[in-house]
Ligand binder design. Structure first.
Ligand SMILES: *Cc1c(COP(=O)(O)O)cnc(C)c1O
Length: 300
């Protein structure tokens, strides 16, 4: 047990927290009328992708004893499985990833890393995977892995919110608007829960899901629904769709600012913000914080 606590202390020492905030000076139409900042959660850790640390932190920090195993879920490129797999490696916890689909013949860089870190992979059919949150499925997992900590897909659960809140609270909070990408909604829910009256959060949907994504957020955080909304017009055709226009945009942004972005999350967010600035959607002088959630491993 001493080893567990010591390993956790060492892991926490690897993190750059609070993550830095930088002003963004862009030549985009409308950008000079507002004050843009980017919060570099991509710099928290070289492996543990930004918002995935935020979502896992409360669960990991409050563990009083080492669980016998850790089990979680995700796709073949999942930033969440990647982050959790590394964490388990560092904490000497046996890790099993239930991966949606069968990549045994076309192992992804993410899965290769999990193997290297001693994780076990179980490929699950798409039909089975759909059952992942049902009581029967969870009960079976608990029987297969007695004493295991079972973490939902994306690390998105109620306990994730207090870690996510620190994105807003770990520095002086004088922003009018905070903008983040939305997939499972826990990041937006956590940010919205940390806002003060008068502040707003805007989520950029990275996948198609009008109403569905809103319900994910409000299930996690039912209060203050007027403080946030989701923009659905910037999915570029769906999750992980990367039209040439978006890829070019990401390269140009990275070259101009020196900040690496990928097309699945942060690229879509920045592309959306560029359009929204052009449409004059923000009031003059507003201080706008863009969250860089990391995720660069998934683009490999
Ligand atoms: C998982 C992920 C998101 C989505 O966050 P949710 O809390 O699931 O909405 C955004 N950006 C990156 C880089 C991610 O890996």
């Amino acid at each position: 047990m001493r080893h567990f606590h010591q390993a956790r202390t060492e892991l926490l020492r690897q993190l750059q927290l609070p993550s830095p905030i930088q002003p963004l000076h862009l030549n985009w139409p409308g950008a000079k009328d507002v004050q843009l900042f980017v919060k570099r959660d991509d710099l928290i850790h070289p492996v543990i992708s930004g918002n995935k640390w935020r979502k896992l932190s409360e669960t990991l920090i409050t563990l009083t004893t080492a669980p016998s195993a850790v089990v979680s879920f995700g796709g073949g490129f999942s930033n969440h499985l990647h982050a959790l797999g590394y964490v388990c490696n560092q904490l000497n916890l046996p890790f099993t990833a239930l991966v949606r689909g069968n990549y045994s013949q076309s192992v992804t860089p993410m899965i290769r890393d999990l193997h290297a870190w001693g994780g076990a992979i179980r490929y699950v059919s798409k039909v089975q995977y759909r059952e992942r949150d049902t009581p029967a499925f969870i009960a079976q997992l608990q029987a297969d892995y007695p004493g295991a900590l079972i973490v939902p897909e994306g690390g998105s659960q109620q306990t994730a919110l207090s870690g996510v809140r620190q994105i807003v609270t770990e520095q002086p909070n004088d922003f009018d608007i905070v903008i983040c990408p939305v997939a499972s909604g826990a990041t937006l829910a956590g940010i919205a829960s940390a806002l003060s009256p008068g502040q707003r959060a805007i989520g950029i949907a990275v996948l198609k899901g009008q109403d569905y994504l809103e319900s994910l957020v409000s299930n996690l955080f039912p209060n203050h629904a007027h403080r946030w909304h989701i923009e659905h017009g910037y999915t570029h055709g769906g999750y992980a769709k990367q039209p040439a226009e978006l890829q070019t945009f990401c390269h140009e942004f990275s070259n101009h600012t020196g900040i690496a972005v990928e097309p699945v999350y942060s690229g879509k967010l920045l592309f959306a913000v560029k359009q929204m600035l052009n449409q004059g959607m923000f009031a003059r002088g507003q201080r706008i914080l863009l969250l860089h959630t990391g995720g660069l491993q998934g683009a490999r």
